[in-house]
Design a binder for this molecule. Structure first.
Ligand SMILES: *Cc1c(COP(=O)(O)O)cnc(C)c1O
Length: 372
């Protein structure tokens, strides 16, 4: 029915370099060499982010789960995070039997409001999860200061924040630990996969043991779990893909930023239309460019998504507030969290996106405004 080709929301960039390393891993990465790419990937990733330690995992969800388990989070504890989030950030809190405490986001970051966090802190608060939504950056100085004042660790979910830099420090490198995702939709991919990063050597050793079914490094007795652990490991094949993608990370991030800048320029003169904020002193990785439509435009996210559907373009709804999930039994929905859900839409962005494709996306937004 559609004469024009479909534009996907996201897709990875795979070159001969990725194919060469995965081919080597599948042919030679066995036996004594079955961890070679994993260790290479972990070392290179730690160097890139600027932390001492990294552990490759099967997902970001798994990295968050193990990190929070190692921090001792469990039943009776509370963990504060933003109402606007993908469920993967909150699921590990609930796996551990702890209670998520959802607070509203700020219109200038779409991330945690530090004042709302302060108001939500209780004697049972065990952690704050700073999720750098869509590659935007949380107000980390304020959140880290709160963490210090109350003795509460700040965890960074940097799944969407490859390439995001806050006052000289990379997303994921500022908190007690950071977690990344290499799902196929993310800026760099291993198919599925994730990474746990930290500067804390004790926390690293603990998570390393947890990640290996509770086996402590260098143990004398084989097949002896010292504690109940997890199985969230990355395979050597995936790590080979990760090594190749990481070698191209600057290029992958630059391209995402270029697409973001094109959208930014296209909507700069359009009153009531804004894109992801990039606050002074920060660089965003721009994983997912997003438009926000001001209420006075009279165009809802729902109407814009319908227009994209008709144009054969795969735009996506903004994350619904977690507080609207009935099975979570949470508190009231944040005002800004709800507003963004009703008026924001994720736009397509991928490495090989053409100028013609970008123009088609821009045209749908501009047209929807005229028909609003
Ligand atoms: C993608 C994503 C995750 C989950 O990553 P997986 O690797 O799929 O577990 C977690 N948090 C955020 C913010 C994400 O975007």
């Amino acid at each position: 029915m559609n004469a024009v080709p479909r534009i996907p929301l996201s897709r990875p960039s795979i070159t001969d370099a990725e194919v060469a390393l995965v081919t080597d891993a599948i042919q030679n990465g066995w036996g004594d060499r079955c961890y070679d790419y994993i260790h290479r990937f972990e070392q290179a990733f730690a160097d890139h982010v600027g932390v001492r330690h990294a552990i490759a995992t099967s997902s970001c969800t798994g990295a968050l789960h193990m990190g929070m388990a190692a921090l001792g989070i469990g039943p009776g504890d509370e963990v504060i995070l933003a109402d606007t989030n993908w469920v993967a950030s909150v699921a590990p809190v609930m796996y551990l039997g702890a209670q998520p405490v959802l607070v509203d986001v700020l219109p200038d970051t779409w991330c945690l409001d530090p004042q709302a966090v302060r108001a939500a802190i209780s004697p049972r608060t065990k952690a704050i999860i700073a999720v750098h939504l869509y590659g935007n950056l949380c107000h980390m100085d304020e959140l880290l200061a709160l963490g210090e004042e109350f003795g509460i660790p700040v965890i960074e979910d940097a799944a969407e924040a490859m390439g995001s830099i806050y006052h000289g420090r990379r997303a994921g490198a500022m908190g007690a630990f950071g977690a990344f995702s290499f799902h196929g939709s993310k800026t760099m991919t291993t198919g599925e996969g994730g990474m746990f990063v930290t500067d804390d050597s004790e926390l690293y050793e603990h998570v390393l043991s947890l990640s290996n079914h509770g086996r402590v490094r260098g143990q004398q007795r084989q097949f002896w779990p010292e504690m109940l652990g997890f199985k969230y490991k990355m395979s050597n094949l995936q790590a080979a893909l990760g090594v190749a993608q990481l070698q191209r990370v600057e290029e992958l991030v630059e391209r995402r930023r270029a697409v973001y800048h094109r959208y930014q320029a296209a909507f700069a003169g359009v009153s009531g239309v804004t894109v992801n904020p990039e606050l002074p002193g920060t660089t965003i990785g721009a994983w997912m460019p997003t438009v926000v439509l001001a209420p006075e435009l009279g165009v809802t996210a729902e109407a814009l998504l319908q227009a994209f559907k008709e144009a054969n373009i795969d735009a996506r709804p903004f994350f619904a507030p977690l507080s609207s999930l009935p099975w979570m039994h949470p508190g009231p929905t944040g005002r800004h969290a709800q507003g963004l859900y009703e008026r924001a839409v994720n736009l397509p962005s991928f490495h090989d996106m053409t100028e013609v494709e970008i123009e088609r996306v821009v045209a749908v937004v501009l047209q929807a405004l005229h028909h609003g």
